[in-house]
Ligand binder design. Sequence first.
Ligand code: BDP
Length: 677
Amino acid sequence: TEAYKGWLRYEKIEDQDWMNENGKWLSAIVSSGTCTTVIESAIEELIKAFTNMTGQKPALSDSVQSSYSIVLSKIEEGDDASNELNDDGYIIQAKKTDNGSAVLLAGKTDIGILYASFHLLRLIQTRTNLETVNLRENPTNQLRMINQWDNMDGSIERGYAGESIFYENNQFTNNLERIKDYARLLSSVGINGISINNVNVHAVETKLITNDFLPHVAKVAEIFRGYGIKTFLSVNYASPIQLGDLETADPLDDNVRNWWKEKVKDVYSYIPDFGGFVVKADSEHRPGPFTYGRNHADGSNMLAEALEPFGGIVIWRCFVYNCMQDWRDRKTDRARAAYDHFKPLDGQFHENVILQIKNGPMDFQVREAVSPLFGAMNETNQMLEFQITQEYTGQQKHVCYLIPQWKEILEFETYAKGEGTPIKRIVDGSTFKNRFSGITAVSNIGNDTNWTGHQLAQANLFGFGRLIWNPDLSVEEITNEWIHATFGNDPDVVEQVSIILKDSWPIYENYTSPLGVGWMVNPDHHYGPNVDGYEYSVWGTYHFADCDGIGVDRTVASGTGYTAQYFDENASMYESLDTCPDELLLFFHHVPYTHKLKSGKTVIQHIYDTHFEGVEQAIGLKERWSSLEGKVDQECYQNILDRLTGQIDHAKQWRDIINTYFLRKSGIQDEKNRTIY
Ligand code: BDP
């Protein structure tokens, strides 16, 4: 089906004017260099695309044969262009020849050439004129990764689009074609690394690093290699014990250290370009170095030493907090945890350790502050973790386009080195000249035909890749590319879909949890409203609503002192009620319901208004989409229509439960006298 193809649809070009001027280039492909698997992928993609777009299969040759052609070429070290490119960079340039013109797709590496090919296809999808094309691209971020949270039983932790495309019944799948198509989608937006199993590593997945499964991991790695993507595994910190070899996993024990060295050797004997390990340790009941009285530097450095000789890296997650706290005490602020654990260890990590930090200090809420760890450790490699899978943002039943959220986070000014150090300049490694740096995200795909359940959720996967390739791209540019590639060029479709996407996150925020407070969801599955679902539990996720007010006091003056974890400018902005931005008010302060926001509204009136408005807006989304019937593929149309219909019902549930709760708690009537159930 069309939805399966995602943004690599390559529909027939109906625009005759464009074809008259540009079609001639699409009839011949020239590749003179060595045909590596990556170059083969590029050629295969171009042939497939040109054939579909023009109705004619292009000729392939190893030297220029016709007046107009697409030429894949390698830029040698020493060439002028070489200095302008990093390893993954490329040039796309139209060059006059004796009797015509060639569009060069040139990179220093094969991967650069593959990226150039995908970029050319995007140019064609947006109907760019090739005659004058001349552009140079370098990715801003070095590691551009995806984390699969797939389990080998076929389930996916926080997966909302079917089962795993990698595993079934505790085995690897035989459907390698689907994995290849996934690799194409990822590579087309510049992703260059993937960890293929859940960060919560259970008994079966612990065996991924043994001879039982390594041959299979190697097969998957081979597919990804063809698209310039390195394979990583999530490992169980207690593997030496779990696999029955040792009685301890103490990182300072020589037997343990040697065990890992041997293990890593095995892994590399199967996968010579293996990326490394992703580790969730001492978090949510996962084992880790704390058991042995050691810290996270000890734990990660042990793995780093084993991986170093092979060029592998350790991606160590900072999502570490006490998930069994005594809620009656409620003094331990979960938001503080990552900084409190890791900041004191700055400078103690090996060069090939990179800390993976979630965008916020809590957990991928609709809205939360940014993690204060960004920029706080100037001698430690850092990488940012986003969540594409919509765990807290509507589980792909609601449309929630996350690129605007991520863009805001990347642009956030940390003041780590004074003005001019936004998060994007920390995680791209430029601020502290890190050896390793980058951005990763939890994938949102499964084996549903359309990959993401809600087809509009494909835009989040596409947009993630594009944004981390170049965080300076605007949301509009990214959205525009996705719509053209996915739905074609009808201006009406482009306009309406871009409005739907652009508005969707603020709308979702409107009818869910207000002013940055977060967590008003049902425990465990995290779908749907439940104001007190987490209020009396051990997870550290509170809103503190009572009859007088609501919000978490994280100030130094009277609260948990969390605000002090930011650099001064931000610390004082959040500390003061006057300067704390409205949208994060309840994240940082406990205030009366009658507190006046900068908008002039009281908190309670804001809650009522946004919840009523959010539902109206959700209805508006469906109306907008309905206007496109007949203008987009019927199956896609129906999929999105059904989801938008469900979204409206569910938004009403949110509105009613949240508004009723706060009406009863506060006893304050809605100024507009609307019915609150
Ligand atoms: C939370 C998820 C949980 C993950 C955890 C993590 O609810 O399923 O295991 O994050 O990132 O968002 O480790």
